[in-house]
Ligand binder design. Structure first.
Ligand code: F0G
Length: 357
């Protein structure tokens, strides 16, 4: 059996902007599970598959783009990489920078980053600057610094290399299913991932690897849904902090993905997001972070409103790992699931006699 050696050293290498001179900086990202959801398939009457991007080395899809961006930054002789982030990009940038022996600085919104993501950046040795403001303020500051100083910006907006890496998710899905799905659902924040995923499907179709491309259904949190309203949201709010973005940098790309694919970008409430987040773990055994569940929440919302035709082949990207945000998991833990007891009392507390009768 051939072991998986990361995206750049995989069969996808010809699809990536690297050359023989590019030093490969990899943590064996990609090759993530594509799992069928019996639960979601039964509800919707579709064939629903989950692309579990939380299985990447730093726990999110960001690693696909980061292996390319940091490899090329190392090739170009960069010393310091910088990014703005709601948490996942910063964790990924910090990890790949550490592996390449580069310094990393990450700009994050103070008070709105899941603790696990900050912990990652700390452990990978990045300089963390917490900004009083949102992601959009962080991104403006990072772009400004990169324009005035010789540092490598690894946000997807300043860095097409990131999107090229993120396209690989579409290649993996098409190769695993033997065709492109009919429909691809995913969360949308800054707009990079829907853009890259769509570009990936298109590139595969253009090369004759698939015969069609899916409609792209992107979902933003209702309190942070600028692409749905068609205007920036000055003070975005959602408990799904990963997608708390008011002015997406890849605005045009996201709308192009929507329109060229005949898809939609819709809004889902935090309540819908957290319900999907809970069910993914409790029904499918997949613990994804809250923002990751927006694609599932959107799929179910459209189904409930009669806007999803049954019988379709559907893929939903689960963008990040639930372990990053233990606080969110415990905050609304159903009381019935937690109790305390003396050791001798456990059987009674669990009502084992009744449960196993
Ligand atoms: N899901 C998760 C878990 C994310 O971290 C992000 C974006 C998205 C979805 C949305 O993807 O921005 O390409 O539309 N996180 C960025 C970050 C903003 O800084 O980690 P997008």
């Amino acid at each position: 059996m051939r072991t998986w050696t990361g995206l750049i050293d995989s069969d996808y290498r010809p699809w990536l902007p690297v050359t023989d001179r590019t030093p490969v900086v990899s943590l064996n990202e990609g090759g993530t599970p594509l799992l069928r959801s019996a639960h979601l398939s039964a509800i919707t009457g579709c064939d629903v598959w989950l692309k579990v991007e939380g299985a990447n080395p730093t726990g999110s899809f960001k690693d696909r783009g980061m292996t390319v961006a940091i490899s090329r930054a190392a090739e170009a002789g960069a010393r310091l990489v910088i990014c703005a982030s709601t948490g996942n990009t910063s964790a990924s940038a910090a990890a790949y920078a550490a592996r390449a022996g580069l310094a990393a600085a990450v700009l994050v919104p103070r008070g709105y980053v899941a603790p696990g993501k900050l912990a990652q950046a700390v452990r990978y040795g990045a300089r963390i600057v917490e900004i009083d403001g949102g992601f959009d303020d962080c991104l403006r500051a990072a772009r400004d610094l990169a324009a005035r100083h010789p540092v490598a910006l690894v946000n997807s907006v300043g860095n097409e290399l990131r999107l090229a890496g993120q396209r690989t998710v579409a290649y993996e899905i098409a190769d695993a299913l033997g065709r492109a799905p009919d429909l691809h659902c995913l969360p949308v924040g800054n707009g990079g991932n829907i853009t890259a995923t769509w570009q990936g499907y298109q590139a595969y179709a253009a090369a004759g690897r698939t015969t069609g491309s899916p409609r792209m259904w992107g979902f933003q949190a209702a309190g942070a849904a600028p692409l749905v309203h068609g205007a920036p949201v000055p003070a975005p709010e959602t408990a799904a902090t990963a997608i708390r973005v008011g002015h997406p940098a890849t605005w045009d790309g996201a709308l192009a993905a929507r329109d060229e694919s005949g898809g939609i970008i819709g809004a889902v409430t935090d309540e819908q997001i957290f319900a999907a987040y809970h069910d993914l773990a409790a029904r499918d055994g997949v613990y994804a972070e809250p923002a990751s569940a927006a694609g599932v929440a959107g799929l179910l919302d459209r189904h409930a409103r009669g806007l999803l035709e049954p019988g379709r082949l559907v893929v939903v990207t689960l963008t990040g790992n639930g372990l990053k945000d233990g606080d969110a998991a415990l905050r609304d833990a159903p009381a019935a699931l937690r109790s305390s007891a003396a050791p001798a009392d456990v059987a009674r507390v669990l009502d084992l006699a009744a449960v196993t009768a």
